[in-house]
Design a protein around this ligand. Structure first.
Ligand code: SAM
Length: 296
């Protein structure tokens, strides 16, 4: 058995050996608590037949725990200085592969095709860099990758928004975008003390399980997201006022927006935060013809 990477003593030793200094701009807060890592891995529900994709392995703390339970781990790391360290710390785990790339620029679909031949169950598992949590999650969901879901550590405040229900102050276009694709649940609140260095904000782990079908299929997903984002531009404004500002020529098309709202039984003086995802889906489909008519 090898000594776990994720203990304060071993982590410090590794950092000293390589003279590594943290880059705040890359969201480098490493986990130094093996129990938390094991819990994260457990929430992912991996088996010896599974594959894991990790974003930002750091010095390999989570990678190691993933490598112990699944068939293969592929991790994207942006910081070149970590490559020799990972080579060293992960040498006991031949089922790991590090790709030196910004995950936001990576072709994850092709990587999955190349690296996970014969693996059907694939999860993304990560302690995400907090400066880019939302773009990373949205990229992984929008690209319709053959993954079962995502289990990741992120800022508690973002986790709250992702799993929020209608009628709460956290509910917004991010909740809708993510719950449209996945069942979202916050599974763990994590104290700052398990990180080195400690972040300024509280953290949480969320589990996103991809739906087989989107929650309420819509005519046009891009337009649906335009409508949902537009409905929250100013949270305190009514849905009609927000849509008039957000949709192309919205002010001139006020009557059409009002008629779409009434067609689906949504009062125009409601606020975005009170609409369920199903109501947004119906509204987006009712508005769609008015904003995609062919001009004669
Ligand atoms: N997984 C390690 C752990 O839990 O200790 C490190 C997590 S740390 C919060 C985030 C990691 O993501 C860092 O190693 C950082 O260099 C890396 N990173 C930051 N931005 C990235 C990006 N755009 N693509 C890939 N990796 C990135």
């Amino acid at each position: 058995m090898h000594k776990d990477i994720a203990t304060p003593v071993r982590t410090k030793k590794i950092l000293e050996k390589y003279g590594f200094s943290f880059k705040k701009s890359l969201g480098q807060n490493f986990l130094i608590d093996t129990n938390i890592l094991r819990n994260i891995v457990e929430y992912a529900g991996l088996t010896g037949e599974s594959g894991a994709i990790e974003v930002g392995p750091g010095i390999g703390a989570l990678t190691e725990q993933l490598a112990k339970v699944c068939k293969k781990v592929v991790a994207f790391e942006i910081d070149q200085r970590l490559l020799p360290i990972l080579d060293d710390t992960l040498s006991p785990y031949p089922n790991t592969k590090i790709i030196h790339q910004d995950v936001l620029k990576a072709n994850v679909k092709d990587v999955i095709k190349e690296e996970f031949t014969e693996i059907e169950d694939i999860m993304v598992v990560a302690n995400l860099p907090y400066y880019v949590t939302t773009p990373i999650i949205m990229k992984l969901l929008e690209e319709q990758l053959p993954i079962r879901g995502i289990v990741c550590m992120l800022q508690k405040e973002v986790a709250d928004r992702i799993s929020a229900k209608p009628g709460t102050k956290e509910y917004g276009s991010l909740s809708i975008a993510i719950q449209y694709y996945t069942e979202a649940e916050t599974v763990m609140i994590v104290p700052k003390t398990v990180f080195m260095p400690q972040p300024n904000v509280d953290s949480a782990v969320i589990k996103l399980v991809k739906r087989k079908e989107p929650l309420f299929p819509v005519k046009d997903e891009n337009f649906f997201f335009t409508v949902t984002r537009g409905s929250f531009i100013q949270r305190r404004k009514t849905i009609i006022n927000n849509l008039m500002s957000a949709l192309p020529n919205g002010k001139e098309k006020k009557e059409l927006i009002l008629s779409a709202l009434s067609e689906v039984g949504i009062e125009s003086n409601r606020r975005g935060e009170s609409l369920s995802i199903e109501e947004f889906a119906k509204l987006s489909d009712a508005l769609y013809p008015y904003f995609h008519e062919t001009t004669v």
